[in-house]
Design a protein around this ligand. Structure first.
Ligand code: NAD
Length: 394
């Protein structure tokens, strides 16, 4: 008989991320036999009937509903995954706090610093464990990079380059979904992608203390969505009515770290060429390293003057051994979410914050907001320090 705790999962929104969270909950206890919990998929909410039927028939949720409040009030739900569009994150997260349910929320957590800070402070005050979808930190190559930086293998860190270049909005026929609305998404590529990069840079190198930002919107009008399409990849009706894009397609941020290192973070959602090129480069007085999500299982390391050598991640790097027995057999995106699910479940059962936290998401939101303010004013802007979180001390 297993002594594992039995955690009932409630899901809000059965889109790309909602389906992925669900698969990750089911996979986590299999990859982590020592995890003190198993997860049961209890109830999923989505106003879209196709999402609800996928939840019941494919993912195996016992119940479905159109109203997320049924998830929060369900007696068998112990934890909640919040995978809705950004404009619902704050409302649902605050309702989860009121219901006393730990939550795993997708990024960007809030549309603004005030939403993000309120969620983080409320969860902290209620003593609730949280998790945020900063999945790239879990790549074994990133875990290894962080260890190398912390052990001083690169000497003193001098500068950092982060580039998150994607093409999901490169097609001008891509529909004007909620992602392009300031009211519903908040920022554009700053919150959607650069927040991942800010988290990665802080996770590996340390706190960013001040920024100078620049933003631009290259595709200023888009066709209105046809039907209920909301995803990153929805197309508009050709020749139909159009509307204005209200947030940025592109952002570049110069950064000063508290350690004295400097850096540049750049992000585009309309780059043609890179598909999902999410790169982290760290340079120091004794060497440098480079990682790209598109080559998830490789770390480029230069610790002498002979240039880069490629380390294929394997057992001994991060959680790789939980997935494959030997280097060269690739892990994938779903595996990063399985690691995130395992950290969240362990956090909830053991009562200690191990997963990327709401405070970490608040910290990233401060960088996004300071970058946007700086882009407007043209002056360097300081980034307020956040108490708590797992970014600097895990
Ligand atoms: N961590 C990552 O790498 C990553 C990747 C993609 C998206 N995201 C984030 O995940 C979130 C969801 O994005 P997605 O790509 O899964 O979107 P999606 O468009 O695939 O899914 C959104 C779902 O929300 C549902 N929905 C709409 N209104 C709702 C309501 N009132 N109540 C409940 N559900 C409702 C839709 O029907 C749809 O099923 C966003 O915040 C996004 O930024 C994170």
């Amino acid at each position: 008989m297993s002594s594992r705790a039995h955690i009932g999962v409630g899901l809000v929104s059965v889109g790309w991320m909602g389906r992925l969270h669900s698969r990750a909950y089911l996979a986590a206890p299999v990859h982590y036999p020592d995890l003190p919990a198993t997860a049961e998929l209890v109830i999923a909410a989505d106003p879209d009937a196709a999402g609800r039927s996928h939840a019941a028939e494919t993912l195996g949720y016992r119940e479905t509903t159109a109203d997320y409040r049924d998830v929060l009030s369900h007696p068998a739900v112990d934890v909640v995954s919040i995978c809705s569009p950004n404009f619902l994150h704050h409302e649902i997260a605050m309702a989860a706090v009121a219901a006393g349910k730990p939550f795993w929320i997708e990024k960007p957590m809030g549309r603004s610093v005030s939403e993000s800070s309120e969620i983080a402070r409320s969860a902290e005050a209620a003593g609730l464990m949280t998790s945020v979808g900063f999945n790239y930190r879990h790549a074994p190559a990133v875990a290894h990079a962080r260890r190398l930086v912390r052990e001083g293998a690169l000497g003193t860190i001098t500068n950092v380059r982060v580039a998150l270049l994607a093409d999901y909005s490169a097609d001008p026929e891509g529909a004007l979904t909620w992602r392009f609305s300031r009211d519903r998404a908040g920022t554009g590529v700053l919150g959607d992608l650069l927040s991942h990069g800010a988290d990665l840079a802080q996770y590996v190198v340390g706190r960013i203390g001040s920024v100078s930002g620049l933003t631009e919107t290259f595709i200023r009008t888009r066709p209105l969505p046809s039907g209920d399409s909301t995803s990153h990849f929805s197309k508009g009706a050709r020749g139909g009515p159009t509307g204005h894009v209200e947030n940025e397609d592109y952002a570049a941020v110069l950064a000063r770290f508290d350690s004295g290192a400097v850096g540049v973070l750049e992000s585009s959602r309309v780059a043609i060429g890179p598909r999902a090129e999410y790169r982290l480069e760290v340079y120091g007085t004794g060497g440098s390293l480079r990682w790209d999500f598109q080559r998830l299982n490789e770390l480029q390391l230069a610790d002498d003057t002979a240039g880069y050598r490629t380390i294929m991640v394997g057992p001994g790097h991060g959680d790789f051994a939980r997935f494959q027995p030997g280097a060269g057999t690739s892990m994938g995106f779903d595996d990063l979410k399985t690691i995130e699910a395992s950290l969240f479940l362990r956090s909830v059962v053991e009562g200690r914050q191990l997963a990327p936290s709401a405070a970490d998401a608040w910290s990233a939101a401060e960088i996004v907001a300071a970058s946007l303010r700086s882009a407007g004013s043209g002056v360097w802007t300081s980034v307020p320090a956040i108490e708590g979180g797992t970014t600097y001390d895990a």
